[in-house]
Design a protein around this ligand. Sequence first.
Ligand code: PLP
Length: 453
Amino acid sequence: NFSREQMQAMDAAHHLHPFTDHADLRAAGSRIITRADGPYVYDALGNEILDAMAGLWCVNAGYGRKELVDAATAQLEELPYYNSFFRCTTPTPALLADRLARIAPDHINQVFFGSSGSEANDTALRLVRHYWALEGRPEKNIVISRDWAYHGSTIAATSLGGMAAMHEQLYGAVPNIRHVMCPYAFELAEPGESDRDFGLRAAKAVEDAIVEAGPDNVAAFIGEPIQGAGGVKIPPASYWPEIQRICDRYDVLLMLDEVITGYGRTGEWFAAQSMDIAPDTITTAKGLTSGYQPLSALLVGDRIAKTLVDKGGEFYHGYTYSGHPVACAVALANLEIIEREGLIDRVREDTGPYLGEALTAGIGDHPLVGEVRTFGLLAGIEIVKDRDTRARFEPEGHAASVVRDHAIEGGLMMRAVMDTMILSPPLIWTRETIDTAVDRIRAALDKAAKDLR
Ligand code: PLP
């Protein structure tokens, strides 16, 4: 029974937060979220906030799901923990791996579990390099990634990522990772360049990097189907088919990071299916348990799995919590909810398209809005000073943070990445929830426009 002020004092005194300026935190005090239900979170002041971010892009099935609590409780009572090392398993990771193999693209039938997306990407990086070593080609070691990519916060995941600010604090990256441009048409397309041509040009940057490194030295290309934390950067339709062609041509493995896009957000189980991509690995986490338990699953395609099993011996890699029985029980119950309630079909056929229409109709003409883009239940809104020239306010990132603060004050949890506003709501949102969100965004934009004048 601590007061809000007491909790804030303890938090400021002792809690080091991820991705937080602590001077800022001490000055303003932390926002304490105390409970949640359906699409809403509630703070310690009792404010009800519509959560347009699904936590951190993860609470796909929404809050307050008793079935997930029951699944965790039952598993905790039966067997709270046992490991999956040394030929052991418990029932739930076995059942979950089988379930994932059935919902993944046909050529993907193996799963390696961890607790976070970062760990899964570390696993993926080690695995693709190990694959080529097992194939007798250890020199095929370079991984191509992209600017603005976010693949997590461990040293390997940060090295794979393309966030300049994170690299500045890396103090020694994992070697043999190269970055190329990302398909961000709003800022990078030339005047008059068609979407299709821009997508092909961005893909060509990958091909050029492979050729420059020498295809015999390149293990893999890694990318998020839609860059999430980088600002919901949705590539032109021409991009992924061309990337697939390039990877096939140079015998470079294709690694997709679907930590955000996985488990229904794009209107299929995986964006690989929405976009018809055939990756060798798919990194997943977040929506796998709707965030109710920490769990990641690296989905591994038959090509890599066959080599690992046929030639592998032991892969010296694993985490204490790989295949954690409670997390896997929750994931099974969560996938069951998503399927039973038809949440993915609803995103594909109804709420996904409606989100695009409603945002365009509601704020597309706002003086601060340079572009609205959506794919399934992911949206990016560009904040600009001048709609015609796309000039930004200064300093960079300030304007979107003003909009975000007004949105939260007005009852809508949104996020700003530099000058892009982001939405990634729970898949339970209805047309009515979307309408409410759009009204609140419009109100936040109006208030921000006054502040920024
Ligand atoms: N990959 C992507 C695309 C992500 O968005 C994230 C987290 O936001 C990660 C990896 C890292 O996942 P985690 O925070 O669970 O380590």
